[in-house]
Design a protein around this ligand. Structure first.
Ligand code: SF4
Ligand code: MG
Length: 315
């Protein structure tokens, strides 16, 4: 179970006051080896925070991260470094994380060299292999990031991640900034790499449509809590939670659902001051009295399918 209570500066005129915000509130997330888990919710729901905690680049204020069954904070030395390297994160904007003054070859080859994954004589061939895997022409490796398109830059970011031989990749909105046709190419690349390299993914997106074809399991988050979790087919065929149903209605391809639900109404409330009871109640078309008072527990509604909604107690 993970919590993240960060300090967020809240402007109440002057002076600026700091308040605790529970960006992630008692979330249990398991990603099994070889699995692709889609983590979905609107921006501000805590999914990026959860992704960063899982990737080990942000500490949890409560709870623990297990790596192959062991708490990461108990790992030491070479093992701790390996656990860190074996989890890589890919972000929405690769350009922001690519040093503009470094050539692609050095961007991709730096970390494996520092960590002794590649010997001196093999540097060039090692870099070429990573670029080829990511679908880039190795003959372009002397160029700088600005000489590439958005999709190619994302491929450079992927080559850099692959270069440290990860087992587990956390993608945070990795295709959100790309044109739809390029999105499909990059998603296909992720799936090819999964087969080729036996990778495990946590795939974070605000768009259920993006995770539909690549996830084995889908986890839906709303204001720091998991509200539904199920095998992907189950989420798309039999979504239980009203929030998931509303998100589904926004996926253009799933025409049948459009008639029943009209998207998620209203703005997502501030995580500084989440509504009591079920966080979703101010926007839920099915809310009733209990929803305003009591927090619904995440409970199994079918094998492997959990949902946190009081409607499941009404029969
Ligand atoms: Fe809607 Fe109530 Fe279910 Fe929350 S618990 S999703 S408000 S019906
Ligand atoms: Mg985000």
């Amino acid at each position: 179970s993970l919590d993240f209570a960060g300090r967020m500066a809240k402007k109440l005129g002057a002076p600026v006051r700091e308040e605790t915000v529970h960006a992630v509130d008692g979330v249990d997330l398991t990603v099994r080896k070889g699995e692709v888990v889609g983590l979905v919710g609107e921006s501000g729901c805590g999914k990026s925070t959860l992704g960063r905690m899982v990737a080990g680049i942000m500490p949890a204020s409560n709870g623990e991260i297990l790596w192959h069954g062991r708490p990461v904070e108990t790992l030491r030395g070479a093992e701790a470094r390996r656990a860190k390297l074996q989890t890589q994160m890919i972000f929405q904007d690769p350009y922001a994380s690519l040093n503009p003054r470094m050539r692609v070859a050095d961007i991709v080859g730096e970390a494996p060299q520092v960590h002794g994954l590649v010997g001196r004589g093999q540097f060039e061939s090692y870099v070429d292999e990573q670029l080829r895997r990511a679908g880039l022409d190795p003959s372009l490796k002397r160029r700088y990031p600005h000489q590439f398109s958005g999709g190619q830059r994302q491929r450079i970011g992927i080559a850099r991640a692959l270069a440290v031989q990860p087992e587990f990749i956390v993608c945070d909105e990795a295709v959100a900034a790309l044109d739809v046709s390029i999105q499909a190419q990059i998603l296909n690349l992720f799936m090819d790499l999964r087969r080729e390299l036996d990778l495990t993914y946590l795939f974070i997106s605000h768009d259920l449509g993006v995770v539909e074809h690549l996830s084995d399991r889908v986890v839906i988050m709303y204001l720091g809590r998991v509200v539904e979790e199920a095998p992907a087919e189950e989420i798309f065929a039999r979504a239980n939670h009203p929030y998931t149903q509303a998100l589904l209605s926004e996926v253009p391809r799933i025409e049948a659902r459009k008639k029943t639900f009209a998207g998620v109404k209203g703005e997502i409330p501030s995580p500084l001051n989440p509504p009591p009871g079920c966080h979703f109640h101010p926007r839920c078309p099915h809310a009733f009295e209990r929803c305003r008072i009591e927090r619904p527990a995440l409970r199994e509604v079918a094998p492997g399918h959990k949902s946190a909604c009081h409607l499941n107690d009404k029969s």
